[in-house]
Design a protein around this ligand. Structure first.
Ligand code: UD1
Ligand code: CA
Length: 450
């Protein structure tokens, strides 16, 4: 069955106290909206429609950045969840498959759960995702009879007896798209909130002789974010799961609670991650690498057997081949580090290619930016860059070439050559003693004057 995703994200999110639309707040380096899109992607949707309202331009841009095929539709007034879904109807013109409604502020629905809903659709016209709540609070309540879901009652409209029900509505609903829109057409707003409730479609469907059922999931999956505190809670939940998964995947975390993953971090088996390591988005670490304490990595690829840190920073475009070493207080950006190369101390390598087994001395800087343009530095295989070399790009140092410590290299150094660019040293015998005597005499005079 082909599926279309409808993701609701028009709500203002007042309690976030933010200029940013709620669904664009990040969890694990990605907007909440993207987490919802990723969850829905497990059903390989043919179309994805985002319903946006507050900050719709920004929401549309974020959605497109993740998936260029999504359509964003505008809900100018937030008249309720049924009204929100109805806004997707024109964008689904001619679509004959199933529609799955997700919320953009409910980021943790698992693929297996959506697959179970799709499976349940084989026997039921409408499938609702429910959960047993520890504290059912203000959630909508699912009124069931055996397997059948009879209706959903919103907390505000529920009787005392209905409020004792602990099986709650997550908001996730699946039905044939045209059935869904037909049911929504019949929804009114005669209720405690004067809103068009999507939840009303269940009672309407049952009255028409259609069938409805509940698929249940764990409450942790349906966690919604309405405030900064809940955002922090969601981040903590994401991290807890990511750490547990990493340990199961054969990765050593010596202090798991201090390691932070992104939504898309990929790490190979037998990698060791020391405490206080942070992964931003877009990181792939191959097997058997070591990421030492206090390192920060994003948008980079680290190959087998490499050792990173402590206190290393790998930025977007850092591409490290096998058995490389990147040491303390080293920053690498948009640079290819070939196999066995070492950048061990206090260096900045940006917009560069570092050849196999090259050794980059302490304090080396690629001066890649002239204030307007970025320029490339190329270091050959087996090259030896002396400590505190400034490589003024564009510049290249050949294979098995060297630079003298403290050099400012502005001209290319050919293969096998030594490049030195620094002032010559002058040594003046006895001069230090003479100078000390002058300075000490000056200090004694000043102290006496006070
Ligand atoms: C909704 C459900 C409730 C369920 C709960 C789960 C309804 C009527 N109620 O209640 O049964 O237990 O979610 O969290 O559906 N939105 C729009 N446009 C609108 C209204 C809402 O896009 O006009 C979006 C919001 O941005 C949000 C989602 O829909 O992402 C849910 O809306 P919200 O107002 O939070 O619904 P609840 O009252 O929590
Ligand atoms: Ca809500």
């Amino acid at each position: 069955m082909t599926t279309a995703l409808i993701i609701l994200g028009a709500g203002m999110g007042t309690r976030m106290n933010s200029d940013l639309p709620k669904v664009l707040h990040h969890i694990a380096g990605a907007p909440m909206l993207v987490h919802a899109m990723k969850a829905g992607a497990s059903l390989e949707p043919e179309r994805t429609i985002i319903v946006a309202g507050h900050g719709a331009d920004k929401v549309a841009a974020a959605a497109l950045a993740w998936d260029p095929d999504v359509t964003t539709v505008l809900q100018t007034e937030q008249l309720g969840t049924a009204h929100a879904v109805a806004q997707a109807k024109p964008a689904l013109e001619g679509f004959a498959g199933d529609a799955l409604v997700l919320y953009g502020d409910t980021p943790f629905i698992q693929p297996e759960t959506l697959e179970a809903m799709a499976a349940a659709r084989a026997n039921h016209d409408v499938v609702v995702l429910g959960f047993e709540a520890d504290d059912p609070g203000r959630y909508g309540r699912l009124v069931t009879k055996g397997e059948t879901l009879e209706r959903i009652v919103e907390f505000k409209d529920a009787t005392d007896e209905e409020r004792t029900i602990t099986l709650c509505n997550s908001g996730v609903i699946m039905a044939n798209a045209s059935t869904l829109f037909d049911l929504i057409d019949a929804v009114g707003n005669d209720n405690a909130s004067a809103e068009y409730y999507l939840t009303d479609i269940i009672g309407i469907a049952r009255a028409q002789g259609l069938t409805a059922t509940v698929v249940s999931c764990d409450e942790t999956e349906t966690l919604g974010v309405n405030s900064r505190a809940e955002l922090a809670g969601a981040e903590a939940q994401f991290q807890a799961r990511a750490r547990a998964t990493a340990l199961d995947d054969g990765i050593t975390l010596s202090d798991p609670d201090t390691v932070y993953f992104a939504h898309d971090t990929v790490i190979g088996r037998d990698t060791i991650i020391e405490p206080n390591v942070v992964f931003g988005p877009g990181v792939t670490i191959e097997s058997a690498t070591t990421i030492r304490a206090f390192s920060h990595l994003e948008g980079c690829h680290v190959s087998r057997g490499s050792v990173i840190g402590p206190y290393a920073r790998l930025r977007p475009g850092a591409e490290l081949a096998e058995n490389t070493k990147v040491g303390n207080f080293v920053e690498i950006k948009n640079a290819q580090i070939e196999a066995g190369a070492k950048v061990n101390h206090l260096s900045y390598i940006g917009d560069a290619t570092i050849g196999e087994k090259a050794n980059i001395g302490a304090g080396t800087i690629t001066c890649n930016y002239d204030g307007v343009f970025k320029h490339h530095t190329t270091i050959g295989a087996g090259a030896f860059i002396g400590s505190n070399t400034m490589l003024v790009a564009p510049v290249s140092v050949g294979n098995h070439a060297m630079t003298g410590s403290g050099s400012v290299i502005t001209d290319d150094v050919p293969d096998g050559a030594l490049g030195i660019g620094r002032a010559r040293q002058a040594t003046k015998a006895g001069f230090a003693i003479k100078l000390f005597n002058i300075l000490r005499a000056r200090k004694a005079k000043q102290t006496k004057g006070h």
